[in-house]
Design a protein around this ligand. Sequence first.
Ligand code: GDP
Ligand code: ZN
Length: 459
Amino acid sequence: TSKSLNQDTIAAIATAPGRGGIGVIRISGGDALRIARHICAREMQPRLASFCRFRDPRAEDQVIDEGLVLYFPGPNSFTGEDVIELQGHGGPVILDQLLQAVIHLGARMARPGEFSERAFLNDKIDLAQAEAIADLIEANSEQAARNAVHSLQGAFSERINELVDALTHLRIYVEAAIDFPEEEIDFLADGKVATDLDAITQRLQKVFAEAKQGAIMREGMQVVIAGRPNAGKSSLLNALSGRDTAIVTDIAGTTRDIMREHIHLDGMPLHIADTAGLRDAPDKVEQIGIERAWQEIHQADRILLVVDASEAESLNPEKIWPAFTEQLPDSSRLTVVLNKIDLTDYSAGLQAHTDSVPVIGISAATGAGLDTLKTHLKNCMGFTGGTEGTFSARRRHIEALQEASDHLHNGSHQLHEMGAGELLAEDLRRAQQALGEITGEMTADDLLGKIFSSFCIGK
Ligand code: GDP
Ligand code: ZN
């Protein structure tokens, strides 16, 4: 990746749209100070707030607003460049006028995430930290926010950098052994390489496990409720969310559209969707809902197949609903939820059940079995719950860690089974590269662009 310095000056409204007590315009770049001097008609002290009138250079210096100006000289600023903050009143018209004045004086509108991008390009933060800023702003649980702060402070990056350092040392050692065989470092015979490789692998697994928890807490779990009409899907959605969102009736096929709920299980966001009554021979209108339902089902982390306990002669999903299981080639994400156990004693059937698909008996009406179901969902995700010191991580990070782990595994195989030093060195290099993608050391420009453009404006 090429870390290039931007020369132009960018500006954006940094506060949320709408009205508020104050609103902030942020300016970054070589012209920031000149622009601020023009608008404020005064000198600024670094890192001290000065009160002033904001003048409009487009309208004979008519006053737009009054407020505070703050000046953070580069390189000791968020972006590493000269940064100015104009703090005025938080009205959309005022802020827009102020931004237009700044643009008129030579700045350009910042793209989404461009302030963070410059902070990254100027080595003020690494990529994982930049992502943590976005995650912090978007956090919708206390735990997710705590995790994001940890990552922002470098907890995640530090662990990654330690691993990269350890890999670098090992690589140098292995490569030296390959390049200078006359020095007779037999790295297979001397146990150092194997020992170091094991230690690095173990450390990686630990970071991996923690990152997974962080990613689960950030992104949550997608659960789809499916089942025949009247099985109690909507009732289950309501029972889980504790709200009357879905329409519950005893007419089969009431839920035409997909109902959604977002709840938390000990800090794990649960995104639940109640699918339209999937039926074997639907009419035209139902067909649309059914297609959407299948989309949901294919994307879900877990599918809850709700079955009316009184109608369940068998607990084998293939017997319960052949058409459904036909469309779902892989039953590893499936859980059978036997509902209405308040009406039927299902325990005999449950004991007879030997299939690999888990079965959980509940009553959406009385709430019986719901705690078991919730625990089951957490277990399915491998969510251990509220771990202290966890950092925020994204799917992207998990994939990179997985890749690094695969290369270490492969490298170990090359070493022990093939005695192939060159191939081990190559695997170490690739593992290092995968880890470098997390902190942005090794990230391709187009991926960087994609990551930053998903941030909001002014950040
Ligand atoms: P859906 O079509 O699968 O969404 O089913 P609904 O949630 O609309 O429920 C169908 C009917 O079964 C309604 O009359 C519910 O009140 C009833 N029902 C749902 N769950 C239970 C339960 O656990 N026990 C009893 N006794 N009735 C239930
Ligand atoms: Zn329903």
